[in-house]
Each structure stands twice: as C-alpha cells, then as structure tokens.
Design a protein around this ligand. Structure first.
Ligand code: SAM
Ligand code: SF4
Ligand code: SF4
Length: 345
C-alpha cells in the first residue's frame, strides 16, 4: 500500500502482512515444531477475544497491513472461528484473508469458512505416507488431512497451497510424489527449508535439504525448472516445470529473504513480534485492555515498526556455522512466546 499512512522500518521495509496466531494449542506434535513431551501454555484469560483481534486488525490496517493470515498452533481449534473470519473479512482494507492449517479438522470446516469470507487456505502436509505422518506428528490423522484437502478443493476455495517442510532422510524422496499430488488437487506445492526456529530443538544443519538440492532433485525428474519472475514480496520463489506445473520454494534457511520482509506476527495473547526469530516483542494486550485509544495504539505500532531492524534469518545464516540449536529447551519453558507454535510459523 502506498499512501500517507505507510510506515517504514529502519531498512525501508513497509508493513504489509500480519500473521495472527489464534491459539498456541495443537492437535499434532510435529517433531520440527513441538518435539517435547510437555509445554508451558499461554494462560487462557490472556487470549485476545475476537473483538480485540478485530480492533487490533483495524489499527494494523491503518498503518499499512493489507494481508492477514490466521495461524497457530492449530487455528481450527479456536472455537467460533467462522465468526472471527466474518469479522476480519469485513474490515475495510484487508485485501487478502488467508489461513494456514494442518488440515486435520478442515473436512468439517472448509465450507463454513469459505462462506464466512476466508479467501485462501494453505494446508501443511509433509508426507503422503501415513506411517511417516504418524512418525512425524505423533498422531494418526493423515487420512483426515487428505480429506480436509479434498473438502477445501470441493468448496471452491481457490489458490489452495500445500506447504511441505523438507527434511533430509525423512521426506526428501517424496518431492515428485508431492508435486503430482498437488497437480491432482489443483494445489500449488511449496517446499520449505527446515528452520532452526524456537521449538525446533532437534534441528541440525545436516537435516536441511536446501533450495539448491530441491531444484536438483525436481529437475532430474522433470527437466529444467524455469524461475518465475517475482512481482511481490511473498517468501516463496516460484518455478515452472516444462509441462506448466508451478511449485514454490521457501528458502528461509539457506537464502533468506529478510531484505524485503513486510511480515509481523501477533500471538494469541497479543504479543507483537517483528520477526520470526525475535527474542522479544511488544505487548499490545495490556494497552488494549487498559483502554488505549485507536490513535494511541496506532502510534505505538507505527513508532515501534519505524525502529525495526530485524533480519533474523540473515543473522542466523552468519551464526550457523556453530551448528548449535537456537533456543534451549529451558528458555522455551520459561517463555512460551519463543515457540514456533505460539508465534505462528
Ligand atoms: N498448525 C498449523 C500448520 O501446521 O499449518 C499452523 C501453524 S504452523 C507453526 C505454521 C507452519 O510452520 C507450518 O507449515 C509448519 O510446517 C511450519 N513450521 C513449523 N516448524 C518449522 C520448522 N522448524 N521449519 C520449517 N517450517 C516449520
Ligand atoms: Fe505441526 Fe503446525 Fe502443530 Fe506445529 S503448530 S505441531 S507445525 S501442526
Ligand atoms: Fe522477516 Fe525475520 Fe523471517 Fe527475515 S527472519 S524474513 S526479517 S520474519
């Protein structure tokens, strides 16, 4: 958005995309996100109400946000979700309202969400093999995810995406099968490099299957992939196969895209984070509940964004040679805001 209310950070990056986490709870336990046995959860009373989320969204829109993505934890666990979708779809200035889900509960919700005004959906699916799914997520609901994807297609939710985290030695032999599956579902597959975010306590650089390796693997099967010229600041680089099929790669780990990053994250309890890797955030719940006016909230958000220097993935790249895990299990237990399932991925 170009206009008088456009706010830019220290590196000249505007505010564009807001990812809103609706809950830190999840019905899966993916090993790259929630590998531990026990978690420190956000207190229920701290969760923003739908009214509070709607109001903050309006304020964010007034300083430049025009893309909103609902995430979690698992967003479909949030009770009354269609009501929130309806509210956010009605906020003037929200041009793109999307959701990222693990798909387990999508089968019974897809139609209602589309009717409520959700524009787009992304389903995370790392494997087509039920046994691998159970090993990865420690739950046996692979069939439900596939049924969820089928339901999303049937409701006519357009621009369906499937996000796959590629891990060496786990699913790097399924790239072609996933592209074929995406083609069947009319969905675009996006391969994501394994990231050393908080929560990924079992991460190691050896397990990262890089963008270069993904391209090599796919080209060796289909022939050369043509890179599609980028016209936006979305994280995925997109490629076209000789038969016209398009897929994406999100190379957050080996080729970060911080230079153009317009994304920030709001946790379910109202902590605003300017980077996926940020160690601290701004508490918006307290001023909101203490009666701050829209103008005061706008000033807080705009002023904080103007001081934003974050380039988390670029910084990580230079520190990565040490190969160490980013956030220790002890610090995750002390501060759940550091967890990927709290900040929304
Ligand atoms: N539960 C929902 C889901 O899985 O789609 C939404 C939240 S989840 C945190 C959002 C995205 O983050 C998912 O696509 C997931 O695969 C991705 N993710 C989580 N941990 C990751 C990691 N260590 N590296 C790369 N992607 C990760
Ligand atoms: Fe997996 Fe998403 Fe749940 Fe994390 S939040 S454990 S990525 S389903
Ligand atoms: Fe944006 Fe931070 Fe991700 Fe870089 S690491 S792209 S600054 S969220």
């Amino acid at each position: 958005m170009e206009g008088s209310n456009q706010v830019r950070d220290v590196h000249g990056r505007p505010m564009g995309a807001l990812r809103i986490s609706l809950t830190d709870r999840c019905n899966l336990r993916c090993r790259y996100c929630m590998p531990e046995e026990e978690y420190a959860w956000l207190p229920r009373a701290d969760l923003l109400t739908f009214e509070e989320i709607e109001r903050l969204t309006e304020v964010f829109v007034s300083v430049g946000v025009d893309k909103v993505r609902l995430t979690g934890g698992e967003p479909l666990l949030r009770r009354g979700l269609p009501d929130l979708v309806r509210r956010l779809a009605g906020v003037p200035g929200v041009k793109d309202l999307a959701m990222t889900t693990n798909g387990v509960l999508l089968g019974r919700n897809a139609e209602t969400l589309r009717e409520a005004g959700l524009h787009r959906i992304t389903v995370s699916l790392d494997t087509l093999r039920p046994d691998r799914f159970t090993e990865l997520t420690r739950r046996g609901t692979h069939g439900d995810v596939l049924a969820g994807i089928t339901a999303a297609v049937a409701t006519g939710l357009t621009d369906l995406k499937i996000d796959t985290v590629v891990m060496r030695g786990f699913n790097d032999d399924e790239l072609v099968d996933l592209i074929e599956f995406g083609r069947e579902m009319s969905a675009e597959i996006r391969f994501i490099e394994y990231m050393d975010v908080g929560g990924a306590t079992h991460w190691s650089k050896e397990k990262v299957f890089s963008r270069a390796e993904i391209l090599k693997e796919i080209s060796s099967h289909y022939g050369s992939c043509e890179e599609i010229r980028k016209t936006d600041v979305a994280p995925a680089d997109r490629f076209r196969l000789p038969d016209g099929t398009v897929f994406g790669i999100i190379s957050s780990t080996t080729q970060p895209f911080c230079a153009t990053c317009d994304r920030s994250r709001l946790t379910a309890d109202g902590m605003w984070l300017r980077c996926l890797y940020a160690m601290t955030g701004t508490d918006l719940r307290t001023p909101l509940r203490d009666g701050a006016t829209d103008a005061e909230l706008r000033e807080l958000i705009a002023g904080t964004w103007q001081r934003r220097t974050d380039r988390g993935a670029v910084d990580r790249l230079s520190q990565r040679e040490t190969g160490r895990v980013f956030v220790s299990v002890e610090s995750l237990k002390r501060d759940p805001h550091l967890e990927m399932h709290t900040r929304g991925g």
